[in-house]
Ligand binder design. Structure first.
Ligand code: LMR
Length: 329
């Protein structure tokens, strides 16, 4: 009698554990390296809100900002291993995956303005680049905008010769490496989370980034001169592990795609204003001196960095360059 009671209790325990398991939400860990108060930071939180609402809580999105879970290189490895499910790295950081074509987007003064950038990424280039990721077991879900780069150091950067001998932190792209070498600088790849300290201690002399990243990382507190050069565009590719994504129940995946499309539109709609506001705040802080380039000065930078275009063909391939230039014609 006692024994059968025990068996009944055990069976009840197992089935309630099974039910709990069935109801346990699917967890998506979304790791990124910037502050929550940036276009990407806000986009990730918007995705979380929409994904959890649309799936009625069947999915739980855990957002880890500020490299709190992984730094640049580690997060890509973590995605491949399945330790995180979603990332939004700068497209300059895909070379370690064996996808160099994204670096074509780092060519200096490639997009003349935000509208040109946005139109290009909606066209064949955006699709072509996502296709490259597929071969590596990754699925691209959207491109998130973060505007154009400023450049800075402790001396004014006005003419190409001002870069001579400066150690400049870059985020990962060999195309960026090349355009700095063209003006005599010494570029150095470094994880985003290490940049502030490297600037502060003089490990590097300067860097490039968007206004929202300068402000939230306090780069302006350790850089005396910032130039509004807008020489390169920063965009992210939101990516997931294809096996994980394909393994989701179809109804859940559809809701997540809807949440991602809306979070993408939201992020892209706020990016310009977020960066304009951040620039105003940086200027108002009085910590750095700001320099705007005249048309002639910008033309001299562009001219000096121009050999990068020819060099890049060997790095990224003619195909992606042709696609971009057909689009930009
Ligand atoms: C950087 O490393 O400078 C950027 O990619 C950081 C980011 O994600 O905006």
């Amino acid at each position: 009698m006692k024994r059968s009671l025990l068996l009944i209790m055990a069976a009840a325990f197992i089935s309630s554990a099974e039910a709990a398991l069935a109801q346990a939400p699917i967890v998506i860990k979304f790791s990124h390296v910037v502050a929550p108060d940036t276009p990407k930071g806000k986009g990730a939180l918007k995705f979380k809100e929409l994904a959890e609402t649309y799936t009625g809580g069947r999915v739980s999105v855990e957002v880890y900002p500020n490299s709190s879970l992984y730094k640049d290189k580690e997060e890509i490895e973590a995605l491949q291993l399945g330790s995180v499910q979603m990332l939004a790295p700068a497209t300059a950081k895909f070379a370690p995956l064996g996808v160099k074509e994204f670096e074509a987007l780092d060519l200096p003064w490639l997009f003349k303005d935000e509208a040109t950038y946005a139109a290009a990424m909606k066209g064949p280039i955006g699709k072509y680049l996502f296709k490259k990721l597929e071969a590596k077991g990754l699925t691209g879900l959207g491109y998130w905008d973060n505007g154009f780069y400023l450049a800075s150091s402790n001396r004014p950067l006005i003419e190409p010769s001002d870069f001579q001998g400066l150690k400049i932190r870059i985020s990962g792209s060999k195309v960026a490496d090349r355009y700095y070498r063209e003006v005599g600088a010494v570029p150095q790849i470094m994880a985003f989370s290490e940049v502030y300290q490297a600037l502060q201690t003089g490990v590097v002399d300067g860097c490039e980034n968007t206004a929202s990243n300068y402000l939230t990382q306090k780069f302006h507190e350790v850089q005396k001169h910032i130039t509004t050069s807008y020489h390169e565009h920063l965009q992210y590719a939101v990516i997931v592990n294809s096996k994980f994504w394909a393994g989701l129940p179809a109804d859940i995946r559809a809701q997540l795609e809807k949440a991602m499309d809306e979070a993408t539109d939201y992020t892209n709609s706020i990016a310009k204003k977020e960066n304009d506001d951040a620039l105003a705040e940086l200027k108002a802080s009085g910590k750095s001196t700001f320099h705007d380039l005249s048309d002639a000065q910008r033309a001299r930078w562009a001219q000096a960095m121009r050999p990068t275009y020819r060099w890049a063909v060997g790095r990224v391939g003619q195909e992606v360059i042709d696609l971009i230039f057909t689009e930009l014609k």
